[in-house]
Design a protein around this ligand. Structure first.
Ligand code: OXD
Ligand code: MN
Length: 583
């Protein structure tokens, strides 16, 4: 790789504080990082990306399996030979005048049976410093790897940061990832989406475990019992907030405590007790800044006060940072994410208000700083999962919560997940996008095989987690959210755990089990008249309409779709056939 990229120097990242400090100073000197006010935000820095390099570029992301059908109909595919050839052109001499950093990293506690090792080569100090927050990095990893250990070979170069030459390539058969011409986290912190989801899902299929786009949280009752939930939600649907939820006033008397294990990725294995156990392979959060404040997420607001790298937020004159929806008043001036001088209310040439922070501006921050961080983060065997929840964003269709009938039906629920696009995404507002298990952009192999793998995993467990579906986003006739969300979501999780613990019965409807309303603790919360009824309405016509989308989606996989999913679809249709709108 040195021969290909031709760096001036090669530096091995040892994971030491001294080296980190040196790199921070170097990045400040080159302008890659801006040092923030160290009294107010100790250990914090700001970074700005190129203006066309602010989010994951799914259309430039490829699964380069030998056969196209192994990537499946939902992934972009390129043959390995062509992908290597194309990318080599961009990597050629790309590090001239730069240093190549060699980052040995472990996803998961070093030495755990869950964990996987990667080595990322990069010409970006920003990447090095972010990887030091997000993963376990350095000599300890190399020692564990030994001279002949298996590792994912990750190559990254900023090259020219040219979007026309950007490629994010995954070679599952070679256990390799090549990323070029980007500096955006999701494209370049190769331990995250690229290794821990796309490559890991491929490996997990072979090795009989699950690599999922899921948060992991523990809910502790006053008697000290902690139960863990894993939850898959599409990007930007509140996974991070849920993972570190603060119990609402009305439930305070019950003395719950929430433990955050992870906010984005879960690796799960069947243990000898027949249950599913999970680790979060990461050690940091790469969270969305806008909307984060001490009301929406108190634990995160505390976490990001130190040791944090901010990307594309507004810089205030006092050397602190701000974003739309941050705590405190809107600043009177600042430098926006593009590096331009900014004042509130200023408009661009099209008459749109210029934002201080990019809507996808981020912070990279260590989990260990989080007040709700689980004490089991370093435990090699992970935590046992009692329930899996699949969450979507639907204005009308899905009720606040329902439980699947069994594992196979739960897999169908996950496989048919879909969300309505929001203003933050490209596409028609309200348009539905299928996002099975929230893995559409992250599954490293054919999704039909992935569904089959999920079905098979259910058969391996004598005590599988129960599978639920939630939707925090139902709206009323005026387009307002009916459910307040945030901490109040604990009321729903409480019911989920009551079901896992066989404490309450439920009502059967065609899509699954929904709560008896009296089983949801609504102490201290007042919703509008009829709100609860609306939250649990099952609209036959709307579901019949939904079936068209499901059928189209399933047909994409042709004969490869597991028969069990067609069966579940049939059963669902039959249950609706016998159903009249009673709710
Ligand atoms: C993320 C994402 O950044 O899902 O976590 O896009
Ligand atoms: Mn994510």
């Amino acid at each position: 790789m040195v021969k290909l990229c031709a760096p001036d120097a090669v530096v091995l990242i040892d994971g030491s504080e001294e080296q980190k400090h040196r790199l921070q100073q170097e990045a400040i000197a080159t302008g890659e990082l801006i040092e923030l006010n160290q009294q107010r935000l100790p250990g914090c820095f700001l970074h700005r990306t190129a203006q066309d390099d602010v989010a994951r570029t799914e259309h430039l992301t490829f699964i380069c399996s030998k056969r196209k059908k192994d990537a499946g109909p939902t992934n972009n595919w390129m043959s390995p030979a062509l992908a290597y050839r194309n990318a080599k052109r961009y990597f050629k001499d790309s590090m001239q005048g730069r240093t190549m950093y060699v980052i040995p990293f472990s996803m998961g506690p070093v030495g755990s049976a869950f964990s996987k090792i990667g080595v990322e080569l990069t010409d970006s100090i920003y990447v090095v410093l972010n990887m030091m927050i997000m993963t376990r990095v350095g000599e300890e990893v190399l020692k564990h790897l030994g001279v002949d250990g298996e590792f994912t070979k990750c190559l990254h170069s900023k090259a020219e940061l040219d979007i026309r030459k950007r490629l994010i390539l995954h070679f599952p058969q070679d256990n390799a990832i090549w990323s070029v011409n980007s500096g955006y986290g999701g494209n370049v912190l190769l331990g995250k989406k690229c290794l821990s989801l796309r490559i890991a899902s491929f490996v997990a299929h072979k090795e009989h475990w699950l690599a999922e786009h899921m948060l992991i949280m523990g809910i502790e009752e006053p008697n000290g019992r902690i139960q863990y939930i894993a939850g898959a939600f599409p990007s930007a649907c509140g996974k991070t907030n849920l993972a570190m939820l603060v119990p609402p006033e009305g439930l305070k008397r019950k003395g719950y405590r929430i433990w955050t294990v992870g906010d984005d990725i879960a690796w799960m294995r069947v243990d000898s007790d027949g249950s599913l156990w999970a680790i979060n392979p990461e050690t940091g959060f790469f969270g969305v800044a806008p909307g984060t404040n001490s009301k929406s997420n108190l634990n995160m607001a505390e976490t990001i006060k130190k040791d944090t790298i901010y990307t594309n937020v507004l810089l205030k004159p006092d050397g602190t940072v701000w974003w739309e929806g941050a705590d405190g008043p809107m600043p009177e001036e600042g430098i926006d994410w593009r590096g331009n001088s900014w004042r509130p209310g200023r408009k661009d040439d099209h008459g749109a208000i210029i934002k201080g922070a990019h809507p996808n501006s981020r912070f990279t921050t260590p989990i260990s700083n989080c007040p709700s961080a689980s004490f089991r983060l370093e435990q090699h065997h992970g935590v046992p999962i009692s329930a899996i929840i699949f969450g979507t964003r639907r204005c009308h269709l899905a009720p606040l919560v329902y439980e699947s009938f069994n594992w196979q039906h739960g897999v169908f629920v996950g496989a048919t997940m879909a969300s309505e696009l929001t203003a933050a995404q490209v596409g028609k507002l309200g348009q539905v996008r299928r996002d099975p298990m929230a893995m559409l952009p992250f599954c490293g192999y054919n999704m039909a095989d992935y569904f089959r793998h999920w079905l098979m995993m259910g058969k391996k467990m004598s005590n599988p987690p129960k599978i639920f579906h939630v939707n925090w986003f139902k709206t009323d006739a005026h387009g307002r959210f009916i459910w307040p969300g945030f901490g109040e979501n604990l009321r729903v999780l409480e019911w989920v755990l009551d079901r896992c613990n066989n404490k309450v019965s439920a009502q059967q409807v065609p899509i699954g089990y929904i709560p008896h309303l009296s089983d949801l603790d609504m102490t201290g919360i007042r919703l509008e008249e009829g709100a609860m009824k609306k939250l649990f309405e099952i609209h036959k016509e709307a579901w019949l309409e939904e079936f068209k989308g499901i059928r189209l989606f399933f047909h994409m996989f042709k004969k490869n779709l597991p028969e069990e999913l067609w069966q579940e679809f049939e059963l669902l249709k039959q249950r609706f056939h016998a159903y009249t709108n009673t709710h």
